[in-house]
Design a protein. Structure first.
Length: 226
């Protein structure tokens, strides 16, 4: 005769899986269901420190930006700069972008100013005016400096005239050199001899390449000699 049992299973055998673990994967049954991560609470003092650090970093960035702006302004091309050559007894003003420099004593020149690597103006005392007069002395100087500095395949005279500048009188001569090679660009040289109160000064200017802008700047320097 068959017997049927109801209620608990015979011998009290446990039910697998337990009802609360139904629907979980085997790994969860072995190690337990994953728990939700607990929320980390940042202490109030730590939050204040973080706020302070962020404020310092932002402030430092602002200061760095202001400093960079100021440096860029300082590095911008300066305005007109005066040059006082006490040895030669003259002063002159440099156009924007020109800067005064230092001349080695062996050259005999006592002041120099440059526009980057493309142009320069130098001055030196010349002593009493030669007996031959300012024009003859200027032509001799132009020929000398032309041979030393230009080395042109062709050299032409582009200006030759007397000058009167702020109480000085004298003469000026300009040369332009060209080259047959494809490397050297045309060069420009101007020599000006000025005299006042029995003393003379030589002004030498060189520009390469020869451009209208550099010629105008050199002429402006010569006209501003005092």
């Amino acid at each position: 005769m068959d017997k049927y049992r109801t209620g608990r299973r015979p011998y009290g055998e446990p039910v697998w899986p337990p009802p609360e673990e139904e629907g979980l994967p085997p790994s969860a049954r072995l190690y337990g269901a994953p728990a939700a991560p607990s929320r980390v609470r940042v202490p109030s003092w730590a939050r204040r420190v973080l706020v302070f650090v962020v404020a310092v970093v932002v402030g430092a960035a602002l200061v760095a930006g202001v400093v960079a702006f100021a440096v860029s302004r300082l590095n911008a091309s300066p305005g007109p700069v005066p040059v006082d050559d006490g040895v030669a007894g003259v002063g002159y003003t440099l156009p924007s972008g020109w800067t005064p420099g230092t001349v080695p004593p062996v050259t005999g020149f006592t002041s120099v100013a440059t526009a980057g690597d493309s142009a320069l103006v130098m001055a030196r005392p010349a002593g009493p005016l030669p007996a031959a007069g300012p024009r003859a002395a200027t032509l001799d100087l132009a020929e000398l400096y032309g041979r030393l500095l230009l080395h042109g395949d062709e050299v032409e005279v582009v200006d030759d005239r007397p000058v009167a500048v702020n109480g000085f009188t004298g003469h000026t001569r300009a040369l332009r050199a060209t080259y047959t090679d494809v490397v050297n660009q045309p060069a420009y040289l101007r020599v000006t001899l000025l005299t006042k109160n029995g003393e003379s000064v030589v002004l030498l200017a060189v520009a390469q390449p020869d451009t209208p802008r550099r010629r105008a700047e050199i002429d402006a320097i010569m006209r501003g000699v005092t």
